[in-house]
Design a protein around this ligand. Structure first.
Ligand SMILES: Nc1nc(=O)c2c([nH]1)NC[C@@H]1CN(c3ccc(C(=O)N[C@@H](CCC(=O)O)C(=O)O)cc3)C=[N+]21
Length: 305
């Protein structure tokens, strides 16, 4: 064995972590869902339908929303896009949600967040019928998750949990540290891990010495939106690292690049397994949205069958 003459990155010198291929896992899951959508249609003569509502014209949101529609069609489900102007009032948005709640062709409703200033995301999320709330962000589904009862689970943490179970098998007894306590990711992630029998620590903006906590983690989930926050010395050697963060940064050459909350090139030398950005958690979020839409259609149409 000879040492590489000029290792360009730390990961080349010490290629320890196994990459968790969220993109491939999501592609497989999407194929399974497509098969189940056909079986569901054969049985009930109903095609699951997802309504996606986007208010305003944030370019990043438009990309996600278009991607969601594409993936939805790929599974054979129907996708209904509602692009509303920035000037949409709360009453208009609530009226649309009300129509979608009653529309028998719609089994899942997603209102893209964040909403423009002046629209109350809590009121709007809670206006979605709980059995169509495929984001799992309304009070009813969040409450069910908190109580350990079945319901619709937020897509990003559900996708992270699927990856963790596929990689590690049984999670019971492992120490999971979740950095970030948002209602979208951190909190529901912690509740899911608790339900799996993990010992769960949640770090947030006021946590003192988050690195010391993170170093205790067998499973480290990072969802802060601070790109590069987690450095190599935050990671217990061999730990499984799930990077939820996704930030588009500009490069000196004028191009842009997506980066996560974990300093990947460093972390890869310490972690046992790690998700990349892009190609990790992001594609799983969309696959889980489709999963939840099928689950919602099954409950609404088939009484869960
Ligand atoms: N009500 C609501 N529910 C959401 O789930 C929701 C939302 N609002 N608002 C915005 C965020 C963001 N989000 C992403 C989904 C997929 C990728 C994704 O597929 N990312 C690819 C890269 C995509 C690219 O190249 O831009 C990847 O990580 O590999 C990213 C981000 C869902 N969100």
């Amino acid at each position: 064995m000879t040492e590489p003459a000029s290792a360009e990155t730390a990961s080349v010198r010490n290629p320890s972590a196994r990459l968790i291929d969220g993109k491939a896992f999501a592609a497989n899951l999407t194929q399974d869902i497509a098969r189940e959508v056909r079986a569901f249609h054969d049985r009930h003569q109903v095609t699951p339908g997802l309504a996606v509502v986007l208010v305003g014209n944030d370019p990043a949101s438009e990309v996600y929303v278009r991607n969601k529609a594409l993936q939805t069609h790929r599974t054979g489900m129907r996708s209904f896009m509602h692009m509303l102007p920035e000037t949409t009032s709360q009453a208009e948005l609530l009226a649309l949600v009300g129509r979608l709640n009653h529309d028998p062709e719609i089994h899942g409703i997603l209102v893209q967040l964040p909403l423009p200033a002046g629209l109350d995301p809590i009121a709007i999320t809670n206006a979605i019928r709980p059995d169509k709330d495929v984001d799992g962000l309304g009070e009813v589904n969040a409450g069910r998750l908190a109580l350990g009862q079945p319901g619709l689970v937020p897509c990003t943490p559900l996708g992270c949990l699927m990856l963790l179970k596929a990689e590690l098998g049984e999670l019971r007894g492992l120490h999971a540290v979740v950095i970030g306590a948002s209602n979208l990711v951190g909190r529901p992630m912690a509740r899911l891990l608790l339900a799996e029998g993990c010992t769960v620590t949640v770090a947030h903006i006021d946590t003192r010495d988050p690195a010391a906590l993170a170093r205790q983690a067998d499973i480290l989930v990072v969802a802060t939106g601070c790109n590069g926050l987690v450095r190599a010395d935050w990671i217990k050697p061999g730990a499984t690292v799930i990077d939820v963060g996704i930030t588009r940064i500009s490069l000196p050459n004028g191009k842009t690049r997506l980066v996560g909350d974990v300093a990947f090139d460093e972390a890869v030398t310490r972690a046992g397994r790690i998700t990349p950005v892009p190609g990790g958690v992001g594609p799983m979020t969309i696959a889980c949205l489709l999963n939840n839409t099928l689950a919602a259609a099954r409950r609404i149409v088939g009484g869960a069958a």
